[in-house]
Design a binder for this molecule. Structure first.
Ligand SMILES: Nc1ncnc2c1ncn2[C@@H]1O[C@H](COP(=O)(O)OP(=O)(O)OP(=O)(O)O)[C@@H](O)[C@H]1O
Length: 910
């Protein structure tokens, strides 16, 4: 039955089979509809509304409270075959409408201020035949009504404003974008200005050009650097679609790494819109988050820039025996992972010749233009990706190393899609992942192709990419829906075995992983079930990867003990050699592998690898693979490799003692993807923050200690100063020009500290003070940031005072000036504290009473300082008119501000 049929619409809808997919839906009925239904007076029993049991006792209890015993509207009829109904429908009463019919309400049918059973009943099918209960919920109705009225008024007002302004919603959005853009630009300018001021002051050097990015030289030092895991961020340029949608860039890349600050800073500006409950107006503001990474690449960086900084060191690491290098490209869908890894065409064009063929002898070229390869399908020059650059450089490397060792590169290319491994070089043939007896993961059925040239490798990759699973997302027409792993393995050829198989040993291995784009469930609303499952799988494996890398990062702090002497000397022992070689690594295809002698380069290395592997895999405690853990072996804890196929496949590479891992987090700069970008940046930061945090915690403890100490000192000083100011202001007239003033003041001070009643507090007009106090407003905060405000504040205070002349030879005047400076510093501190307090209060972290109390305290402090300073200046003027003994005067001047120092100075004079 449908709404049109005159049956109770909400109930019908909630019981309608078409809605049964959403069993817990609670809908809010519009008053007009309720009214029409109530007027129609159709009894629920006639509507065919099914009756079902509540899913849980708890739900039933809740329902019974809400339902208020509206049994008449609960209905008891049930359509045969209807699905059990668990949804509840909350109907609001029509405003000022005298409803008819029903009459089941315990409150009668006036419908004003109370629930009316006939038209506004809250009913569930599980509430049938329940006796009426008085409900506390009923009392909340006027509030709900008020809220609704408020909302409607607000919407009407907003529509009216829009109408008056003659703006469409799109125009309003464009205006907002313009405003945010302006805020971001102002933030950048202000940051740059602060930086230049610091350069001018000499706080940071202007000689190092790379230090002149925003935020450079802030005195921070990177906590102990984790060399094994590097995290980079890359921002892609805005695309045409984003610009057309009036989106704007939210990312500012700050300083780049320098020798003194070996990290890059990246700022994410998050636009915020909030409704001010005070005047019901929208407030726009901008929050800026700061991130630190090993390096950050802005939107004009090229693939070559990324390669040179982030990837080339990994290629260099491949010359070390046992090297296990892993590079991940991580990020939201459409953020530029494939562009970075495979180049601008994603290497999706068909190979220029069969995969087994040989290359064309392409020139080694990195950079924008793809000099050779298959004929480009578009006239625009192709941009080479990391894969191409890596392959060319690896071949170069093997050529250089040929004098010492003959290495042959092998390539395999597979994807992990829905937790299954497919060989992309064998038309997506399914492969299986198994653990060998050493606890290492091995992929069975994966083809590895010996490479003759980089071009051959590139053609293989193109061929593989044509088999890759792609889909279409809202952000990318050709979105990768799988993790693509290209592995390049440098093998040492050791001839052939008797059965003809090649004898080889893995020298080093590199895994280049183009991860599938992360996506948010909210964005997959329109996706099919299959796509949702796919998306869920992708997110799960990304989470597992993050947890593994984080765990490894944490564990990298644990020192792996040097191998025992027995293990180290086992290089010549054939049995031990077999074990170590097997533990070192082997190629995925067992048929091609030979069990080899231990690598002459690193017997110890392989032994450690065994221990580490087994411990990581959780085998050491059981001793399945290598027997019980040797005494002294560190308990490395649990690393959740088994959480996904991706982490299992890469396990050996990640835990190797010669592991080098890098993550390139790709982000979209546009405002439309701010949540994604924030998530990606936080993901990337968490990958590496474990060790940094420990340092941070120590630093925070230290700062807290210092602040406590300072507060204790300040409090003492402040109490003394306030007392002095009160006494000083009373005694000022009489002591001015008096050579005994110092003595006088000391007496006054002493007497105040004795049992004499304290002088009355000066009358402060708080309201006036609050009006004149420069508490920062939203606009100032958004535009300037702390530093600018700070300066404005000091400037304003200076205007309150007589502006001091430049330092002279007059020591008394200099003394006054130093007092002035002292006071300003305290002023600055007071302002700084009030600013932070205010910020905290804005975000609801401080209770209003506490905030006001603190503010009052700060304002008092401010008044005290200003008064003291005014007194000093006034007195100084009079003294200059009638000079007095300088030394005594100094004591006097300083005494008002800092009694302790005055006492010491007086003692020295005496
Ligand atoms: N640095 C860049 N410069 C120019 N264009 C870029 C850049 N990065 C990405 N793009 C463009 O953005 C679009 C999406 O990029 P890409 O396919 O690499 O995203 P992705 O992160 O791999 O997405 P998915 O995870 O969905 O596969 C492409 O058209 C690509 O050409």
């Amino acid at each position: 039955m449908t709404l049109d049929s005159g049956a109770p619409p909400s109930t019908t809808n909630s019981n309608n089979n078409s809605n049964s997919n959403n069993p817990r839906r609670t809908s809010l009925r519009l008053p007009s509809k309720s009214f029409s239904r109530a007027s129609s007076g159709a009894p629920l029993a006639e509507t065919g509304i099914p009756t079902v049991k509540a899913a849980t006792v708890r739900a039933r209890h809740r329902d019974s409270i809400i339902s208020n015993g509206s049994t008449g509207s609960g209905g008891s009829g049930g359509a045969a075959g209807a699905r059990p109904q668990r949804s509840r429908t909350l109907e609001l009463p029509p405003l000022n409408v005298q409803t008819g019919g029903g009459g089941h309400s315990p409150y009668g049918g006036d419908g004003i201020g109370r629930w009316n059973a006939s038209s506004t009943s809250v009913h569930t099918t599980s509430s049938a035949n329940r006796s009426p209960l008085p409900s506390p919920v009923l009392t909340s109705r006027p509030d709900t009504e008020k809220l609704r009225q408020n909302r409607e008024e607000r919407h009407a007002r907003a529509a009216e404003v829009r109408r008056q302004l003659g703006r469409t919603p799109e125009e309003a959005a464009a205006e907002h974008a313009h405003f945010f853009r302006q805020m971001i630009n102002e933030w950048r300018e202000s940051a740059q200005r602060r930086l230049m001021e610091r350069v001018a002051r000499g706080t940071i050097g202007a000689t190092d050009p790379s230090a002149l990015g925003i935020g450079a030289g802030d005195g921070e030092t990177l906590a102990e650097e984790n060399q094994r895991i590097k995290v980079y961020v890359r921002t892609r340029p805005m695309n045409a679609r984003e610009m057309a949608a009036n989106q704007f860039e939210l990312i500012t890349v700050g300083q780049r790494p320098t020798p003194t600050h070996p990290y890059a800073k990246l700022f994410l500006h998050e636009p915020k819109m909030r409704l001010d409950t005070f005047d019901q107006r929208k407030r726009m503001s901008m929050a800026t988050q700061t991130f630190r990474f090993d390096d950050a690449f802005d939107s004009v960086s090229t693939n070559e820039d990324v390669y040179l900084k982030a990837v080339e060191p990994l290629v260099q690491a491949m010359q070390h025996p046992g090297a296990r290098v892993t590079l991940f490209a991580y990020g939201q869908t459409g953020s530029g992972k494939t562009h970075t890894m495979f180049g601008s065409d994603g290497m999706r064009t068909a190979p220029s010749h069969p995969a087994t063929g040989h290359g064309h002898g392409h020139a080694h070229a990195r950079g924008h233009a793809h000099p050779a390869g298959p004929a480009p399908t578009s006239p625009t020059p192709q941009v080479a990706g990391v894969h191409e650059m890596v392959l060319r450089d690896l071949f170069e490397l093997t050529r250089h190393m040929a004098e010492h060792i003959h290495l042959v590169p092998y390539l395999c290319f597979f994807e992990i899609h829905r937790n299954r491994i497919h060989d992309l070089l064998q038309s997506r043939a399914r492969c299986t992942l198994r653990s060998d007896r050493h606890g290492r993961s091995r992929i069975f059925g994966l083809q590895e192709v010996a490479l003759d040239s980089p071009e051959m490798a590139l053609d293989l990759i193109r061929q593989g990419n044509s088999n890759r699973t792609v889909g279409t997302t809202g952000l990318n027409a050709a979105a990768s829906r799988s993790h693509a792993v290209v592995q390049v393995i440098l093998c040492e050829e050791l001839g052939r075995m008797t059965d003809g198989r090649r004898k080889r040993r893995v020298y080093a291995k590199m895994s280049l992983v183009d991860l599938a784009g992360s996506e948010r469930a909210a964005e997959a609303k329109d996706a099919s079930t299959k796509e949702r499952v796919e998306g869920g799988g992708i997110n799960r494996s990304l989470l597992a990867l993050k947890e593994c890398i984080r765990a490894l990062s944490r564990l990298s702090a644990v020192k792996i003990p040097p191998p025992s002497k027995d293990a180290t000397s086992s290089g010549g022992d054939p049995t031990a050699a077999t074990a170590t070689a097997a533990a070192g690594d082997a190629l995925g295809q067992p048929s091609d592998d030979a069990t080899l002698a231990a690598p002459p380069h690193s017997p110890a290395l392989s032994t450690i690898s065994v221990a580490t592997t087994s411990t990581m895999a959780g085998l050491s405690s059981t001793g399945q693979a290598n027997g019980p853990t040797a005494p002294g072996t560190p308990q490395l804890g649990h690393v959740p490799f088994r959480a996904s196929q991706l982490t299992l496949v890469l396990k050996d590479s990640l835990i190797s003692p010669e592991a080098h891992t890098a993550v390139i987090a790709c982000v979209t700069p546009s405002s439309g993807s701010v949540e994604h970008t924030s998530n990606t940046l936080r993901y990337a930061r968490r990958v590496k923050t474990i060790r940094v945090r420990r340092k941070r915690r120590a630093r925070r403890r230290m700062v807290r200690r210092m602040v406590r100490q300072l507060n204790a000192d300040n409090e003492e000083e402040l109490i003394e100063m306030e007392v002095e100011v009160e006494v000083g202001s009373v005694a000022n007239e009489s002591i001015a020009g008096d050579s005994l003033a110092g003595e006088h003041q000391r007496t006054a001070s002493t007497s105040t500290h004795s049992d004499e009643p304290a002088a009355p507090e000066p009358e402060i007009d708080w309201l006036q003070l609050a009006r004149t106090t420069l508490l920062p407003g939203d606009d100032i905060i958004a535009a300037g940031g702390g530093g600018v405000l700070f300066q404005e504040y000091i400037d304003a205070d200076e205007d309150l005072l007589v502006r001091p002349e430049a330092p002279t030879a007059d020591p008394a005047l200099n003394f006054t000036l130093s007092c002035h400076r002292w006071a300003l510093n305290h002023q600055a501190q007071a302002h700084d504290a009030s600013y932070r307090l205010w910020q905290a209060a804005r975000f609801g972290r401080v209770h209003e009473d506490v905030y006001l109390q603190q503010l009052e305290h700060l304002l008092r402090e401010r008044v005290a300082i200003v008064d003291a300073l005014a007194a000093v200046v006034e007195r100084r003027r009079r003294e200059r008119a009638a000079p007095v003994d300088d030394d005594a005067n100094d004591v006097l001047a300083y005494g008002i501000i800092c009694p302790a120092a005055a006492a010491a100075a007086s003692a020295s004079i005496e």
